[in-house]
Design a protein around this ligand. Structure first.
Ligand code: NAI
Length: 509
């Protein structure tokens, strides 16, 4: 017998905003009669007509048959009072993100609904344990955290509060599966899986902006064209809404009792205060509508390729540089293994991959003034842009030669100020560190965190798989060097990551 909710049981959805409407659509498509309720008059009806338009689009694209669409539409009805949900087998609330409002609603519902009706909250940042605490039977409530837009995002986090009944969690997981979703389970901890592990993607980018590394258009281009991310962090924050993104950051930070690892950004706070909320307000990191500007990333102007550069034998960048120069019939000398991790020598410049120290520090410690650091790329073979940072001791001619070599190999080169860890490297290491800590702190296992991040955020790789591709030793070195560079607890290494470095075992073993 399947544990999933029978298809003939009614699903009640409360809150007909973007999430409630999406959940109602998915439940109706899965075959359930659905009752949609909103406190605002007419909102449920309006949402149901919106779902009709969405069905029509799906039929137009051939993703849904007309018969299926009509049947699903007929299963969707608005409700005008909580009493009309009394026959439901499952009620999911997706109302405003406010603890007291959710508690009030669920307390009232509990009195109306039969004991076998499953209760779920779509909260993205509140504690399921705290919401459930006001119920007579707190074991009835669990989290069912969908992602926006619900019909197209596969992931659902199934969240258990401290009092949740494991059997209800099993039933919700099976129900999500029967609705075509990919459910992952996690206990009610700050940010659950995705909203917690994703924090550094925004946090590090905001810090880079704050430190004058470069501008937002250049950082976005670096994350897309070198990092392989579908959207850069700033265009993504503009899409999500800066107010929503800041609220989640603040909520995770305060739920961890102000752990500096999650500290929100003053830049973002100021922008929200100004009403620069992103696309929805016409202005965020970028301007929209008539004022929209061209987003041109900063690139080093074309430089000459230095004569006969030396390419060393080790590492992904060296290999890709050799291949890319070879394909372009450009001359270079292939050297053996490098004595100190250098990737290439171009003119008087020495190129290394960033290890979390500034180029100036590395130049001083190695006695190589003309040090140029290169950022991480998801795949140096296919990346179209790379970020670099030059030591303050580096001569302008050496910096030009380094850029000339990378340009000759077909990369656009974005210059960053000499910030520790550059952009992609430091962000990916922090994502991996957060994923490792989520596993270490029993939120979920390694496979689940990678799956949740790929499905919930569309990252090109799960953070732990990515860390293993970089090399866990290198990731730990970057983090330790960042911690030393900033003197901040924010960059402390997850004990699990350190353990994997010592044991040489995979997270996924
Ligand atoms: P929204 O603001 O678009 O919609 C909320 C709806 O709830 C409104 O139509 C409002 O009239 C209604 N409402 C408020 N109080 C009510 C009450 N007591 N009874 C009945 N209806 C009430 O919000 P959205 O974005 O749909 O979010 C809803 C929930 O889903 C929140 O808890 C949010 O944190 C969560 N969530 C949001 C995501 C997003 O990307 N927007 C992603 C995942 C979860």
């Amino acid at each position: 017998m399947t544990l999933a909710l029978d298809k003939d049981r009614i699903v009640g959805v409360i809150g007909a905003g973007s999430m409630g409407a999406g959940i109602a659509q998915v439940a109706a498509m899965a075959g359930h009669p659905v009752r949609l309720l909103d406190a605002r008059e007419g909102a449920a009806e309006q949402a149901i007509s919106g779902i009709g338009l969405s069905f029509a689009r799906l039929v137009g694209k051939g993703k849904l048959t007309a018969a299926h669409s009509h049947a699903a539409q007929a299963r969707l009805l608005p409700a005008s009072s909580l009493a009309e949900l009394a026959d439901s087998g499952l009620v999911i609330e997706a109302i405003v993100e406010d603890l007291a409002a959710k508690q009030d609603l669920l307390r009232t519902l509990e009195a109306l609904l039969p004991a076998d009706c499953l209760l779920a909250s779509n909260t993205s940042s509140l504690s399921i344990t705290a919401i459930a605490a006001v119920l007579k039977t707190p074991s009835r409530l669990a989290g069912l955290h969908f992602f926006n837009p619900v019909p197209s995002m596969a992931l659902v986090e199934v969240i258990s509060g401290l009092a949740s009944d494991p059997q209800i969690i099993d039933r919700l997981q099976e129900t999500a599966l029967a609705w075509g979703k990919t459910p992952v389970r996690a206990p009610s901890t700050p940010g659950f899986i995705v909203n917690r592990v994703a924090r550094p993607y925004y946090g590090e980018a905001l810090r880079l902006l704050n430190e004058g590394a470069t501008d937002s258009a250049t950082l976005d281009a670096i994350f897309r064209e070198a990092g392989g991310f579908r959207m850069g962090p700033f265009e993504l924050m503009d899409l999500i809404g800066l107010d929503i993104n800041l609220a989640v950051s603040k909520s995770v930070w305060s739920a961890f009792f102000n752990d500096p690892r999650y500290a929100p950004s003053p830049i973002q706070q100021e922008m929200v205060a100004a009403g620069f909320l992103g696309r929805k307000s016409g202005r965020g990191f970028y301007r929209y509508g008539q004022d929209a500007e061209l987003r041109t990333p900063i690139s080093v102007p074309a430089r000459a390729m230095p004569p006969k550069p030396l390419i060393f034998a080790d590492g992904a960048l060296a290999k890709a540089l050799g291949e890319r120069l070879h394909e372009r019939h450009l001359p270079f000398q292939a050297a053996g293994s490098s004595p100190d991790g250098r990737v290439a020598e171009a003119g008087s410049a020495v190129l290394y991959i960033t290890d979390g120290r500034s180029a100036s520090e590395r130049a001083a410690r190695k006695g190589v003034s003309n040090t140029v650091l290169v950022d991480l790329a998801l795949d140096y073979g296919s990346a179209t842009r790379l970020a670099i940072a030059t030591a303050e001791q580096c001569s302008p001619a050496a910096a030009e030669a380094a850029a000339g070599l990378l340009q000759a190999a077909g990369f656009a080169v974005s210059p960053l100020a000499d910030v520790p860890g550059l952009a992609v490297m430091r962000s990916v290491c922090m994502l991996a560190n957060e994923a490792a800590d989520a596993v270490y702190q029993q939120v979920c296992d390694a496979r689940t965190v990678d799956l949740a991040m790929r499905l919930g955020t569309s990252y090109p790789l799960g953070p732990l798989a990515w860390a293993e591709a970089i090399g866990l030793k290198q990731v730990r070195r970057v983090l330790s060097n960042l911690a030393a560079s900033y003197g901040e607890d924010r960059y402390r290494v997850s004990p699990l990551l350190a353990r994997k470095v010592f044991s040489r075992k995979s997270f996924h073993a």
